[in-house]
Design a protein. Structure first.
Length: 376
């Protein structure tokens, strides 16, 4: 069953892709009072661009605005841990079986490298709007085991495997960044909405990213040259439900599947005998103990479910090339938040170089980017 689980878990790419979308303009938009000569030159300057709205008023009040439009290219590397639950599997569009009591995941980690292009414009002096277009190369490492009760009615792992899935995906979306700047300090509240198209999924997956930051810009003696530094947070929220379908003959050869089903039947029968022997060895008083009774009922329920799944799989195998496997699951980041620090070097008002790193928690990321700006 290794290949089927690899295909089922391709949806875990989404948290990786959503990290590629975090990008924005950082610039010191308000001239500090101590830079009086610079402020005077900004006020005297004529603002000749259509955007942002109210740009002329802002420039007249001493705001040193960036060029109103730009395009950036970013590179991302990231790794994050995920949580998987509510796994269900069915055959030939029949009943879906809940596997949470049988299949346990001990590892689910996604990693990705991506390139994104981000065109943007300043709609208002305090609001940047941008689009997102990206392509990613990603992988997901998953470890899981199959657990059924043993002779003491305690779940025992009878099968464990690890698998790695490599795949490609594309992303698209949009975002906005409200900003506030005062005397060299600024705050930015980046948020974006993205959809990631993974070939193995039925439809693009959705994610929302929120990234508050606070920073400071240091101006150099060279005109238009500056360095910005910042710190903040990164929060990822995504749609938890994922479902799909694959052909049974893509999982394993039919003969091999039939063999695994027969082995499964034998293990379930053996475990059922052990559970019954344990229960029958108890005295009437021990059987009336609520703890023992609950363990016995839970064991029987788990073994009955395993038997039902094997029976359904056997029926699907009999249809050979026409058989399909359906699946659904919920997934979420193990930690929604992590801490970020970053910097941007402005060569001049046209060119900027940016780097940002995220850490703490179970998500690690790095973003590097180059941006070119121009007036509209």
């Amino acid at each position: 069953m290794k290949k089927i689980h690899s295909l089922l878990l391709c949806c875990l790419l989404l948290p990786a892709l959503s990290l590629t979308l975090n990008a924005q303009v950082y610039s010191n938009k308000v001239v500090p009072k101590r830079h009086d000569t610079v402020a005077d030159s900004v006020v005297r300057a004529t603002y000749n661009y259509i955007l942002p709205i109210w740009g002329k008023r802002a420039a007249a009040k001493g705001f040193n605005l960036p060029y109103s439009a730009g395009i950036g290219i970013n590179y991302l590397w990231q790794r994050s841990d995920l949580v998987i639950d509510n796994l269900k599997v069915g055959f030939n569009n029949g009943e879906m079986y809940d596997l949470d009591d049988i299949v346990k995941f001990d590892k689910a980690q996604s990693s990705a490298q991506a390139i994104t292009v981000r065109p943007d414009f300043w709609l208002f002096p305090f609001l940047n709007i941008y689009g997102i277009f990206g392509a990613s190369s990603a992988s997901t490492d998953v470890g899981f085991g199959v657990w059924i009760p043993d002779s003491t009615s305690t779940p025992k792992e009878i099968f464990h495997t690890e698998t790695k899935v490599d795949f490609q995906a594309t992303s698209f979306g949009f975002g906005m960044t409200p900003t506030i700047g005062v005397a060299g300090l600024w705050m930015a509240f980046d948020m974006n909405f993205t959809w990631t198209d993974v070939p193995q999924l039925e439809k693009p997956a959705f994610a929302f990213v929120f990234g508050p930051r606070i920073g400071k810009t240091f101006n150099f003696k060279k005109k238009e040259c500056s360095l910005s530094v910042w710190a903040g947070g990164f929060r990822l929220a995504l749609n938890t439900g994922t479902s799909g379908s694959i052909n049974l003959n893509e999982v394993l050869p039919i003969d091999e599947l039939q063999s695994k089903v027969e082995v499964g039947y034998a293990r379930v029968d053996s475990s059922q005998q052990q559970v019954d022997m344990w229960w029958n060895s108890l005295s009437q008083a021990e059987q009336k103990n609520p703890l023992n009774s609950a363990k016995y009922e839970a064991s029987n329920a788990a073994l009955a479910k395993a038997g039902e799944i094997l029976y359904a799989a056997e029926g699907a195998i009999s249809e050979a090339g026409n058989a399909t496997v359906q699946y659904s699951m919920d997934k979420r980041p193990k930690d929604k938040w992590n801490f970020i620090v970053g910097t941007q070097f402005q060569v001049n008002k046209h060119w900027m170089i940016r780097a940002e790193g995220g850490f703490f928690g179970t998500r690690t990321q790095f973003i590097g980017g180059l941006q070119y700006r121009f007036g509209l």
